[in-house]
Design a protein around this ligand. Structure first.
Ligand SMILES: *Cc1c(COP(=O)(O)O)cnc(C)c1O
Length: 464
């Protein structure tokens, strides 16, 4: 299978090069030239498969000859071996035809583990085969960093450097990263904010000459195609449990960078009967404004109770635009040329988007009410991100007969402050594998907000 850029200029790549490339050289994102699709009969035959076997069926067509069947099976098994629920992604019923898909049973208790455990195993395998070492560099405001570190901590051919803004992430999030003491894991607390961290990472990717010969940077953010691909699996998994392909199933997704819900869109394109995908946003509502009133104007960032959805512009939206504009890379380039000025979709593109996507915005006050309401109605505790998805689904769902699956993207214990303000009497407990998080030793490096200081530290720390 070949992968092409959404800007239409960069050369097509095979699977391995796509996974190791990150952003395309023309600034676009890689997407498959042609999506695999499954017939109704093929989907029927997937009913009842365990998570890993299903993942193999879904991922296999993307991989081509980059991996043998045995290699791919092994990578998948290892990726999900550390999950703490044997169903990997269990469904919980919270209303008539309303379901929660719990995606927080991985090592860092957020859904990002589904993609980043897989990506770490994939990197390790591909690099070993090429006898190459690479450097992972990323900026985090919380969830991505810990999931990336957990994904890469056992990779022999990777050194991972994660920058976070010093004193500006939650204590649970910092400890989840800084208590990983592997020799190839380096946490940098930067004296700056998240944008400063991101600027240093961007500048490093743009000019990698600071690295020794033969080393390259590799991206773990959601522009990496392998992350999207791994996320397609749980849409199939959930829908099959609820009667697909005979039944149509819908999904509501707490959305930030549009990676998670885009995987749902791909599942639909690959043949899964999905009628509606709900884009649930917090006050940072650029996608809601785009879908509901064709206004895709970036606005200043607002800090919310659901920090993992606090974004100004969603990077993966470009992948959808590419489809909406008939895979015309120059049309996408033109549309995105000036990220700062308002972007308006054509009537045709917007119409196509609205066939499947509906959007809704939920503010902090309502988020807390939903957490409280769900606790009262079925003794189920929602994290603030998931609460937004649930509320959006309830407000805009088209069918009460078709199942609506709300993706639960994080365990409530990951955001104890929000849950405590919704339910003051609730004593929220960390999952058992994280019980001693506050006693574990931490290791991180405090650095000034200077590119040279960060590069110096990376050079000094790299494993031979
Ligand atoms: C990353 C994240 C999201 C947003 O996912 P996207 O793929 O960026 O849209 C939502 N909830 C939680 C808890 C997350 O960590």
């Amino acid at each position: 299978m070949k992968f092409i850029s959404t800007r239409g200029v960069a050369p097509a790549l095979n699977f391995t090069d796509t996974v190791l490339a990150g952003l395309a050289s023309d600034g676009g994102l890689y997407v498959p030239e042609q999506l695999p699709s499954f017939s109704r009969k093929e989907i029927e035959e997937m009913a009842g498969l365990d998570y890993c076997t299903l993942a193999f069926r879904i991922i296999r067509p993307f991989v081509g000859d980059a991996l043998t069947n045995e290699e791919l099976k092994c990578i998948i098994e290892r990726s999900y071996a550390g999950f703490r629920h044997s169903a990997m992604a269990p469904l919980v019923q919270t209303g008539t035809n309303e379901w929660i898909l719990e995606l927080f049973h991985g090592p860092t208790v957020a859904f990002k583990d589904f993609a980043l455990q897989f990506l770490g195993q994939l990197f390790d395998h591909l690099l070993k085969k090429r006898d190459e070492r690479m450097v992972v560099m990323g900026a985090t405001s919380g969830d991505t960093g810990s999931a990336a570190i957990e994904g890469c901590r056992h990779c022999k051919n990777i050194d991972i450097f994660i920058l976070h803004p010093h004193n500006r992430i939650s204590e649970v999030q910092r400890r989840q990263m800084a208590t990983v003491l592997s020799d190839n894991v380096f946490n940098i607390a930067l004296e700056g904010n998240f944008d400063d961290c991101q600027n240093i990472v961007k500048a490093s990717f743009a000019d990698q000459t600071f690295l020794p010969d033969g080393r390259r940077l590799v991206a773990v953010n959601s522009i990496n195609w392998a992350r999207i691909m791994a996320q397609i699996v749980y849409y199939f998994y959930a829908a099959l449990r609820l009667g697909a392909p005979a039944k149509t199933v819908n999904f509501s997704v707490p959305t930030g960078n549009f990676g998670d819900i885009f995987a749902g869109y791909l599942a639909r394109e690959m043949g899964l009967p999905i009628d509606q995908l709900v884009i649930a946003t917090n006050a940072n509502d650029i996608l809601h404004r785009c879908i509901s009133e064709n206004d895709h104007t970036p606005r200043p960032l607002v800090r919310s109770l659901s920090p993992s959805m606090d974004i100004m512009v969603s990077s993966n939206f470009e992948r959808l635009l590419f489809d909406l504009y008939g895979k015309n890379g120059s049309a996408v380039s033109e549309l995105l040329e000036d990220q700062k000025s308002p972007m308006h979709l054509s009537e045709t593109a917007l119409g196509k988007a609205r066939e499947v996507f509906t959007s809704y915005r939920v503010d902090d006050r309502r988020t807390l009410e939903v957490i409280r309401g769900m606790h009262d109605s079925c003794s189920y505790l929602l994290d603030p991100h998931t609460a937004i998805g649930v509320e959006a689904a309830r407000q805009v769902r088209r069918s009460m007969e078709q199942p609506m699956v709300c993706l639960s993207t994080a365990h409530p214990a990951k955001f104890p402050e929000a849950v405590a303000s919704a339910l003051p009497s609730n004593q929220i407990k960390l999952p058992s594998h994280m019980m001693d998080l506050f006693e574990r030793e931490e290791r991180m490096k405090l650095l000034p907000n200077e590119l040279r200081a960060v590069h110096h530290y990376i050079l000094k720390s790299l494993n031979k």
